[in-house]
Design a protein. Structure first.
Length: 319
């Protein structure tokens, strides 16, 4: 029997979990990089990008576009750049995920959200995912000989969709025992499954950070579906976890919307640091509003987060 505090609290053993038919996780990419955004900028991290999202965020980088509900009424399902790729059969003719074109408007991880690109994603058992993640780390383990731990970043897509049902098994895997930090980069619309909530609350082996990035109207997602204070509040109830809000902004109007959103979260019982991050997948766009965002943060008492990976690597897969 593998020693673990959670087994004493009535959870199935790792062996029992493994006797069930292996369920598979679908993910578009896993890579090793430095965290480019938010509280842990610069920390060496392995990223696991799961497939699927309840949003589309078609409007990033575009102006005067209808919101998603209006676009749906018009039968529009894709961002214009993605629609063009599909019209050109790029999803059928491209061989490898990493060869897919980078786009500059809308959700930049389009291949992780649109069903047309599902076949570029891997399907793997938890064992296979763990082996893949560890193979990316410099020493094949989460805590290096010099004491620095490699963070695990669960990102997407939206990592808190139904994949939650595999996460207890993932975190209880014997080779995950030296993991110390997990961040969920979430759009903060998905409640936690009871099992997962209880597991996270009971365990004290690793620290969970909720990097909550609710989508403002600049994304094209309507407020009613994007701003969910009760969901963020539930995350804060996971014992020992940490939370911050991170908003992508492009203009003065967005600063006003951040103010309203932060108030809505406060009214919902969520008090936490607020980060603003300039919109822009390419340094050309990113640099346009970076100073304005930093100044707004200084004036209004928010924190600025860069997109470090844009400065370091440009907009590329696997960064
Ligand atoms: S919430 Fe994130 S992953 Fe989902 S569509 Fe929007 S930008 Fe893409």
């Amino acid at each position: 029997m593998i020693e673990s505090p959670v087994f004493e609290k009535g959870y199935p053993s790792y062996e029992a979990v493994n006797r069930k038919p292996a369920m598979k996780l679908r993910y578009s990419e896993a890579f090793y990089s430095v965290q480019g955004e938010g509280k842990f900028v610069g920390v060496p991290s392995v990223f696991l990008r799961t497939f699927g999202c309840n949003f589309r965020c078609m409007n990033f980088g575009l102006k005067n576009e209808p919101m998603r509900d209006e676009k749906q009424k018009q039968g529009i399902k894709h961002n214009a750049e993605v629609a063009e790729l599909i019209a050109k059969d790029v999803h059928k003719t491209t061989k490898e995920f990493n060869d897919l074109p980078i786009i500059h408007t809308g959700c930049d991880t389009y291949a992780s959200i649109y069903p047309e690109f599902k076949h570029f994603n891997k399907q793997a058992t938890v064992d296979e995912v763990v082996e893949h993640l560890l193979s990316l780390t410099p020493e094949g383990k989460w805590t290096m000989d010099n004491g620095q731990d490699i963070h695990l970043i669960m990102t997407g897509g939206e990592p808190l969709l139904a994949w939650q049902r595999l996460y207890v098994e993932l975190f209880e895997h014997p080779r995950m025992r030296d993991l110390k930090n997990v961040t969920f980069e979430t759009n903060t619309t998905q409640p936690l499954h009871d099992d997962f909530f209880n597991y996270l609350t009971d365990q004290d082996r690793f620290t969970v950070t909720w990097s909550c990035s609710p989508k403002l109207s600049v994304s094209g997602e309507p407020w009613e579906t994007a701003i969910k204070p009760s969901v963020a509040y539930e995350y804060t109830c996971v014992d020992g976890s940490d939370i911050y809000l991170k908003f992508v902004v492009a203009s003065q109007d967005d600063f006003e919307e951040v103010t309203r959103a932060v108030q809505a979260y406060r009214d919902g019982g969520v008090e936490c640091p607020v980060y603003l991050m300039p919109l822009g997948g390419r340094s050309e766009e990113y640099n346009l509003n970076v100073q304005e965002v930093a100044e707004a943060c200084m004036e209004r008492g928010w924190r600025f987060t860069p997109r470090l990976h844009i400065s370091l690597f440009g907009n590329a897969w696997g960064t």
